[in-house]
Design a protein around this ligand. Structure first.
Ligand code: TRP
Length: 339
């Protein structure tokens, strides 16, 4: 008798097509995703969420370009499009279809109390569109469409994942066994990269450019940004997350990139100035990112390859999505049909 292999758990994550990924995304997320891929233990699906991006005004040419750039950057970081499903959200219409259906099981009150909706409504007061409100429903559709078990997200998306779980549970109670109820997936602790300007905050591309290192920053920019990184005035290199967040962040980054323990680095550099630490971090980060940047340029130059990746990713995603959609149509009582 042949053994049936246990079904692997599905990991799903959505990424905004901003075209910028930071050193924080790289250390905190992408590098871990490459290890997940190499472990072979999961089926991973990574979706560039271009429909979500439309909740704020976009320049069409820029949006189109950034979708391709985001995928290229993923591949450059080591994600293999053969081993993971990687595609653009708008290429798989099932996301929008399921979003409508889930919306009929989501309450206005639930959506209106989302902190991101409240923040974005303030920020874009001239364009509080319905998409801004239903954003988390589309996100729930992304996740539930693939019967995802685990969803890697940052803290800011926890509330949205919680809503996706609530919708899944609600519909499972009504119809029986429709969706896998997803859990958050949080990477290893200590891989949280902080802002170079305010090291008590997470590194984010929505802050000023000096506060983050972008994966595609040139060596001289990386040197300059680290040189200006906020530290403190006691001049002592040691790990102290509470009192010395800036210095500790630099030690953590160097440690994440080289594998040497943060404490060891601190001991080795004891007595030297912050300048020495900053130079060492900068050079280590430059060396780590150089091959990624080189691959990125190659991939982006090969349009046909990138289009092929998008196409086959969307086809693979559509096949998985179709299974869920058939089940949902049937259970909700939509008239049967053959295509
Ligand atoms: N809302 C997420 C963000 O802004 C992106 C996203 C869309 C997502 N769909 C998703 C993340 C599904 C995880 C799963 O970061």
């Amino acid at each position: 008798m042949t053994e049936v292999p246990a079904k692997k758990k599905t990991i799903f994550s959505g990424i905004q097509p901003s075209g910028i990924l930071t050193l924080g995304n790289y250390i905190g997320a992408l590098r871990n995703w490459v290890s997940l891929q190499d472990s072979g233990e999961y089926d991973c699906i990574y979706c560039v969420v271009d429909l979500h991006a439309l909740t704020v005004r976009q320049d069409p040419a820029a949006l189109r370009r950034r979708c391709a750039e985001t995928l290229a950057l993923f591949i450059a970081c080591g994600l293999d499009p053969e081993k993971n499903v990687m595609y653009c959200q708008s290429h798989v219409p099932a996301h929008s279809e399921l979003s409508w259906l889930l919306g009929c099981f989501t309450y206005m009150g639930e959506l209106q109390r989302m902190t991101q909706f409240k923040d974005k409504s303030q920020k874009h007061a001239d364009n509080i569109n319905a998409g801004l409100l239903t954003y988390p429903v589309l996100m729930a559709a992304d996740i539930l469409l693939y019967q995802s078990d685990l969803v890697p997200i940052g803290a800011d998306q926890k509330q949205h994942l919680e809503l996706a779980r609530d919708i899944a549970i609600r519909m499972n109670n009504l119809y029986g066994g429709l969706f896998t109820v997803p859990d958050g997936y949080f990477g290893k602790a200590g891989t949280r990269v902080m802002s170079l300007v305010d090291p008590t905050r997470k590194m984010s591309k929505s802050d000023e450019p000096n506060s983050y290192i972008a994966i595609l920053d040139k060596p001289e920019e990386i040197r300059r940004k680290f040189r200006r990184a906020v530290t403190d005035s006691d001049g002592e290199i040691r790990v102290d997350r509470e009192n010395k967040p800036g210095v500790t962040n630099l030690l953590d980054i160097l440690s994440a990139v080289t594998g040497e323990g943060a404490q060891q680095i601190a001991d080795r550099l004891a007595g030297k100035g912050y300048g020495a630490l900053k130079d060492e971090v900068a050079e280590a980060v430059i060396a780590e990112l150089a091959p990624v940047q080189a691959r990125y340029s190659e991939i982006l130059a090969d349009k046909a390859y990138l289009e092929g990746v998008m196409q086959s990713g969307a086809e693979r995603a559509s096949r998985i999505a179709a299974k869920t959609m058939r089940k949902v149509h049937k259970k909700l009582g939509l008239a049967p049909y053959k295509l």
